[in-house]
Design a protein around this ligand. Structure first.
Ligand code: ZN
Length: 286
């Protein structure tokens, strides 16, 4: 069972969409339909004016969303039908699927809202609720209408058999072209907050923190080792520069071994030193 009421959404109306009810085809996959209201947006007055209008006209979706203010409202339960679609003959499109979540975005089809919107935590809550019903991040009907005269695909068989996201311009038996040429990938991507571990369970978070802790300690340990080695190499370079050509190679090897071992004693790192000649010493930590 998914989310029926979105906690972050304001309730609009009395919580009952008149004339709506149970789904006709609850065994068909879950889906979402995106609409645009074609009116004004950006203020609380516009938000409630639009909500009242939709209720008066009996065209309620489940969700009203303002893409400028991130205001989110809900008219009815997500597990029942809404009323923003026309039927396709005998197929009651509002009632197709496990859920058919309909969203009216306060925007105009002619000016795709993903070009200027500011989705925030309420939009992420909306996508979280959509995904809680198992709606896949797909657009099974294909492209959205790009203009009023664009004859976008409205395949009845796909509508009846495939879950995912649809535009009103993809629904059989309907002739509207909303939500316009929105960026479908950006729409779904905005449902995930990159700064928060939205989908991590508490035990996963604990595990990740432990893992990062260990990695961090290892990185700092290595950093200390490298600082110690750099100091040793600087000292050896000076020694070699000062030495004459008769300096014994074995003596240098011993000096390197001793110096490196001394530098790394606290770090319990095994040191294997090979000296090739008087001018190139390559201590290796293994
Ligand atoms: Zn529509």
């Amino acid at each position: 069972m998914g989310e029926i009421w979105i906690p972050e959404a304001e309730r609009l109306g009395d919580g009952v969409i008149a004339g709506a009810g149970a789904m006709d085809a609850p065994n068909a996959p879950p889906r979402v339909v995106w609409h645009t209201t074609e009116g004004s947006s950006g203020t609380s007055a516009a938000f409630h004016g639009t909500a009242d209008y939709l209720m008066e006209e009996n065209y309620e979706p489940h969700i009203l969303y303002d893409p400028i203010t991130d205001q989110l409202g809900q008219f009815g339960p997500l597990n029942q039908s809404a009323k923003a679609l026309a039927n396709a003959g005998s197929v009651r499109t509002n009632r197709t699927g496990r859920v058919c979540i309909q969203i009216e975005v306060m925007a105009k089809a002619g000016t795709p809202f993903t070009g200027y919107w500011r989705p925030g935590k309420n939009f992420r809550a909306l996508l979280r609720a959509i995904r809680s019903w198992g709606v896949p991040d797909e657009w099974p009907a294909g492209r959205l209408a790009q203009s009023y005269s664009d004859d976008s695909p409205r395949p009845l068989t796909i509508w009846q058999t495939r879950g995912g996201h649809y535009g009103h311009s993809n629904i059989p038996g309907n002739d509207h072209w909303d939500p316009g040429a929105i960026d479908t990938a950006a729409l779904l991507a905005a449902g995930t907050d990159p700064t928060k571990e939205t989908f991590m369970l508490p035990e996963e978070k604990k595990w990740m923190e432990g893992w990062f802790g260990a990695l961090n300690a290892m990185a700092w340990g290595n950093k200390n080792d490298i600082a110690a080695l750099a100091g040793t190499i600087t000292a050896l370079t000076k020694l070699l520069a000062a030495a004459d050509n008769d300096l014994d190679e074995a003596a240098i090897a011993t000096a390197v071994e001793q110096a490196v071992a001394k530098a790394l004693r606290e770090n319990t790192v095994d040191v294997d030193v090979t000296v090739h000649d008087k001018t190139a010493t390559t201590p290796k930590a293994s």
